[in-house]
Design a protein around this ligand. Structure first.
Ligand code: PMP
Length: 387
């Protein structure tokens, strides 16, 4: 007999493929066709790509020509930073960026680490802009890259003042919006970032597809990561991933059509999860609760109950400790440490993330499993500590 599927509350690691995306991908797989070929099969493939690009542009309110398809947000972040940064210029990021930005920024300033500024955050995960003001006043700044929504806590950044400071200093602004896109509205006609990264698998598209938005007219030095056949206007060589891009478009459209209702529905489920955990698990704390967060993310610290033990005691629920990209690594979450948690509390933090296919039953199931698992771990730890 096969095991029942666990209740899936790990949308920030990856969201389940939306049915609309699956149907589109299967349909594209039925046909051969390279989007660069001139014959009919190639033109059909190119039409699928064009449609996917238009659908994604419509979710973001940008023009299709401002999108470069990539293999995901890791590549989009690399392209954004590596294309904009020039040796000897200062670079500003936040202390809570995903490793795809953090490591890339560190790599770019390896020879002169003093050129990299990491903006600290307060206890709620809100970015402190003071060091940005100082850098703007003193250095020649190439790019400011601050994520719009944090993958571990869901905390949202107010990007407007960052954009103003950076633009006044003549710098470009990039945002890693991987956790934001398709979850809550994002309007690139209003949000004046120059560059924005996203990843399809976070909003119900396939894994291995992402995009970098490059605003038209932005003076970006032409430095592609991959050179070759000149696809994507030279920004990203390689045969286009027709099925992946078409599936991304279908997922983007499905997300766009229900964005506001879904936001409210998922927000209500998150409130249910958090209020029940707070009521039933003594001492538990919600990280980032004092500020604006994505509706579907809940980072919960259970003092005295290490997250690895809690998750092992509730295999019927798929949730995450820290972020999935860092899991397996013994280091505690840099995001939670930057928010001022001590190491024990950071290690005792579970991330639940909800999304388009999450039901109220899923949440009730997760509440029961979590309460039981935390109590079990706390009891076991207390017994171990007995002399
Ligand atoms: N940035 C953020 C904020 C993320 O959450 C992730 C995925 N964990 C990435 C970048 C990397 O995305 P991808 O898996 O598409 O490379």
């Amino acid at each position: 007999m096969t095991e029942p599927e666990p209740t899936y509350l790990d949308y920030n690691a990856t969201a389940p493929l939306r049915p609309e995306a699956r149907a589109m991908i299967m349909e594209v797989f039925r046909h051969a066709g390279n989007a660069s070929s001139l014959h009919q099969a190639g033109r059909n493939a190119a039409a699928r790509v064009d449609r996917g690009r238009r659908q994604l542009a419509s979710l973001l309110n940008c023009t299709p020509g401002e999108l470069v398809f990539t293999s995901g947000a890791t590549e989009a972040n690399n392209l954004a930073l590596r294309a904009s940064h020039a040796a000897g210029e200062a670079l500003v990021i936040s202390a809570v960026e995903h490793p795809a930005v953090l490591e890339t920024a560190q790599d770019l300033t390896r020879d002169r680490p003093e050129l990299l500024t990491k903006l600290p955050v307060d206890g709620d995960g809100t970015v402190d802009l003071e060091p940005l003001r100082e850098v703007c006043a003193q250095e020649r700044l190439s790019i400011v890259s601050v994520m719009s929504a944090n993958n571990e806590t869901g905390v949202l950044t107010d990007l407007a003042p960052i954009i103003k400071l950076a633009h006044d200093a003549g710098a470009l602004v990039h945002t890693d919006a991987t956790q934001h896109v398709g979850r809550i509205p994002l309007d690139l006609a209003e949000l004046e970032v120059d560059l924005l990264s996203l990843s399809a698998h976070k909003f119900g598209g396939p894994q291995g597809v992402g995009a970098l938005f490059i605003r038209r007219g932005v003076p970006l030095p032409y430095r592609p990561l991959l050179t070759g056949g000149g696809q994507e206007r030279g920004w990203r060589a390689g045969t286009l991933n027709v099925s992946g891009i078409a599936g991304t478009g279908a997922a983007a459209e499905a997300a766009r059509l229900n964005l506001v209702q879904e936001m409210q529905r998922v927000g209500t489920l998150r409130t249910l999860l958090e209020s029940e955990l707070k009521r039933r698990v003594p001492g538990c704390r919600i990280n980032g609760a004092g500020t604006r967060r994505l509706p579907g993310v809940s980072s919960v610290t259970f003092p005295g109950a290490p997250a690895d033990a809690v998750l092992a005691a509730m295999p019927e629920v798929a949730a995450s400790e820290g972020s999935a990209c860092a899991s397996g690594a013994p280091t505690p979450s840099h995001v939670l440490l930057a928010m001022g948690l001590n190491r024990d509390d950071a290690d005792a933090t579970v991330r639940f993330s909800l999304g388009h296919a999450t039901t109220e039953d899923d949440v009730h199931h997760a509440i029961e499993a979590t309460v039981r698992a935390v109590m079990h771990v706390r009891t076991a730890m207390a017994a171990e500590a007995e002399p």
